[in-house]
Design a protein around this ligand. Structure first.
Ligand code: URA
Length: 302
């Protein structure tokens, strides 16, 4: 390589390293795009009259053999013409609620979610990570958001945190035959950031319907973002963990408890002691014993 070539190479490497250090781990286009620009007035207004005829049946999600076609009763997402008209958060939420409410089973719900364009995370993620595990679970685990490995695999909790989660569950006698695992949001946030409240809000109708269809006895919520959203508090996870609450999702009500996220446990092995107490409480609750953690919510950490 000549001197100019070496300089260009070093400049490109520095440019990429700067982006990687700032959490950018994928490119989505060659030309810059102003995502905040107001849409130009659409020649194809999204009117209520257009919604029915514009809407195609929701396609089957990849890997969902049970879904051959979306049930006719499931409102299909807006057509590509309509998608060009930027939906407001309220539109997107209303659309999510309609799709979720009309889904009679998990496969239809997944297909509806796969065709839903109202969550901005979908634009940068590779895959939809809907859920994995038993379809009649005693225990449902809800984490924060898919990470890199999950985005590649299209399934939640398959990376290092997921492997630790599986070991934790095995320690209380739970596995994929008794447990269902999913996340607060279904697509990987860029750079593994936490989901925004708006992203969590627009995914929530799908999550509520997922809980309602699965009807778990106990929900274990992992990490602060999921716990704050689902238990409607702003407390730190250290204050919330180990305290039982009632979780209502549509017509289903069950016991729920928050605990420490396995990704945090990987970084902070000493915290495994508290997580283990929470897991034991979950096990006790599942077997019908009272199941309080004893040290629930340390209450003195932020
Ligand atoms: N962390 C999560 O919260 N969910 C996953 O699926 C993986 C890592």
């Amino acid at each position: 390589m000549d001197c100019d070539g070496e300089n260009a190479h070093a400049a490109a490497a520095a440019y990429l390293a700067w982006h990687a250090d700032n959490g950018v781990d994928l490119g989505i286009g060659h030309a810059p795009c102003d995502w905040f620009a107001e849409p130009t007035p659409s020649r194809e207004p999204r009117s209520s009259a257009s919604t029915r005829s514009d809407r195609a049946a929701a396609p089957s999600a990849p890997g969902s053999p049970a879904v051959t076609a979306a049930a006719p009763s499931v409102p299909a997402p807006r057509s590509s013409a309509a998608k060009r008209t930027r939906a407001t958060p309220d539109d997107a939420l209303a659309e999510a609620q309609a799709i979720a409410a009309a889904a009679p089973d998990l496969a239809t719900l997944e297909a509806g979610l796969a065709a839903f364009d109202g969550c901005a995370l979908k634009a940068t993620a590779k895959s939809l990570c809907f859920g994995r595990g038993a379809e009649n679970p005693a225990l449902m685990v809800i984490g924060e958001a898919p990470g890199r490995e999950e985005d590649i695999a299209g399934a939640p909790f398959v990376g290092p945190a997921g492997k630790l989660l599986d070991k934790m569950l095995a320690a209380i006698g739970q596995d994929g035959a008794t447990t269902y695992v999913t996340n607060l949001v279904y697509w990987r946030p860029p750079g593994n950031r936490s989901p925004t409240p708006e992203e969590a809000m627009v995914c929530r109708p799908f999550l509520d319907r997922q809980i309602e269809l699965l009807r778990p006895h106990v929900v274990l919520i992992l990490g602060r973002p999921a716990a704050n959203t689902l238990l409607e508090t702003t407390q730190s996870i250290m204050k919330m963990r180990g305290k039982w609450a009632e979780l209502r999702a549509g017509g289903h009500t069950c016991d729920a408890v928050a605990s420490l996220h396995p990704a945090y446990l990987l970084r902070t092995p000493l915290a495994k002691r508290s997580a283990w107490r929470d897991l034991q409480a979950v096990q006790a609750r599942l077997t019908g014993v009272a199941g309080d953690t004893g040290d629930a919510g340390e209450g003195n950490k932020s």
